[in-house]
Design a protein around this ligand. Structure first.
Ligand code: 5AD
Length: 355
């Protein structure tokens, strides 16, 4: 009989070496990580990130441009299913003012994120992007505006967008369809493939601890990412929102999220991996622990302060203190204390070779 503790360690070493494991091997790790702990896994993930990106932590300024959304994601606080949200949409001037503030603070990536808001037409967005690129030619623009058509993604790329974030949420078709109303798993994957095909730096990603999510589902997330090979991966714990059907569910745990972050780093050594706001929201040291588990990106909030609380995807989302762009220096201090250093450069993926 094989010694399971030995096998556990052997699989981590194998993953460290090959950046790949089969589904049954991943499931074995996930089933035993409570018993044997995730310290060694996290150590190997940190070694990998240091080998590839050193001790640098890239900063992105996040601007939440609209909380209008036509989609019906059952877990999300700003979904169209929630009539109670105070909806807002930033004007072009407000978005530019946020970029301006961010640029002054040293940010060289602006992430424009929002719900699927049909008012943000291709024309409006291209006009906005031209303006941002003209004002800040040395900054990258990342969009995170959900599913759009191939033509739309092409136009936006043509206007100068560098990157696009579109989490796959879960690689399990069944789970995907059970947590989204009127959504197609195939359309999601098609959108991600279109972004890749067009030449964006692409971010995929998933939530950890979705109600009914299994270890095999999480293994599928890693295998899906390995195949897609995105430049960025956003992953964080599922956190219930009071206005959703999941209000009484347990959030994803810190330990499980850190384990999945470390595994993602080992599967995709070159990925830009944020230590997410959701992780910082479930634990006061979540941000730092994420960095130590292989994350190398932090995305402080640059949105106008008066709308921050309206962009409420889940309960207890931190929107002040270290999460806020204007407190960049205190965030920097915490990053340094954790053993890393802040890199304010554009921070492209290594394949883009501008690092
Ligand atoms: N808990 C955790 N993450 C959530 N998101 C949306 N709702 C929640 C929630 N309740 C995440 C989704 C989405 C991203 C913008 O926020 O993964 O892609």
């Amino acid at each position: 009989m094989v010694n399971e503790k030995y096998l556990f360690r052997y699989l981590i070493d194998k993953l460290y070496r090959d950046n790949y494991l089969r589904e049954d091997e991943i499931v074995f790790l996930l089933e035993n990580v409570k018993l044997y702990g995730n310290d060694y896994l996290i150590q190997k993930a940190d070694e990998t990130r240091r080998r590839v990106y050193g001790d640098r932590v890239f900063m992105r300024g996040l601007i939440e441009i609209s909380n209008y959304c036509k989609r019906q994601c059952r877990y999300c606080g700003i979904s169209a299913l929630n009539p109670k949200v105070h909806r807002y949409r930033l004007t072009k001037e407000e978005i530019l003012a946020s970029c301006d503030k961010g640029y002054g603070l040293g940010f060289r990536t602006f992430v424009l994120q929002g719900g699927e808001d049909s008012q943000f037409t291709d024309d409006l967005l291209t006009d906005l992007i031209y303006e941002i690129k003209e004002r800040y030619p040395d900054a990258a623009v990342t969009l995170s505006l959900g599913e759009r058509s191939f033509q739309s993604y092409r136009k936006l790329l043509g206007a100068g967008v560098d990157r696009y974030l579109l989490r796959h949420e879960t690689a399990s078709r069944e789970l995907y369809e059970s947590i989204h109303i009127n959504s197609s798993y195939d359309a999601r994957l098609e959108a991600l493939r279109n972004l890749k095909r067009l030449g964006y730096q692409v971010g995929a990603g998933f939530m950890v601890g979705i109600p009914k999510q299994t270890k095999a589902d999480l293994a599928q997330d890693l295998l899906f990412l390995k195949e897609l090979d995105p430049e960025m991966v956003g992953l964080g714990p599922f956190i219930p929102h009071r206005a959703t059907i999941y209000r009484d569910e347990e959030p994803g745990s810190l330990e499980d999220t850190l384990t999945m972050l470390a595994l993602t780093r080992l599967f995709l050594p070159y990925a830009l991996l944020p230590s997410t706001t959701a992780l910082a929201s479930i634990d006061e040291n979540g941000r730092e622990l994420g960095l130590k588990a292989g994350a190398n990106v932090v995305m402080p909030n640059l949105s106008p302060v008066h709308i921050r609380d309206d962009y409420s995807l889940y309960d207890g989302k931190v929107s002040s203190g270290y999460e806020a762009g204007e407190h960049r220096k205190s965030l920097e201090k915490r990053i340094c204390q954790a053993g890393y250093k802040v890199d304010m450069s554009k921070g492209d993926h290594i394949r883009w070779k501008n690092n």
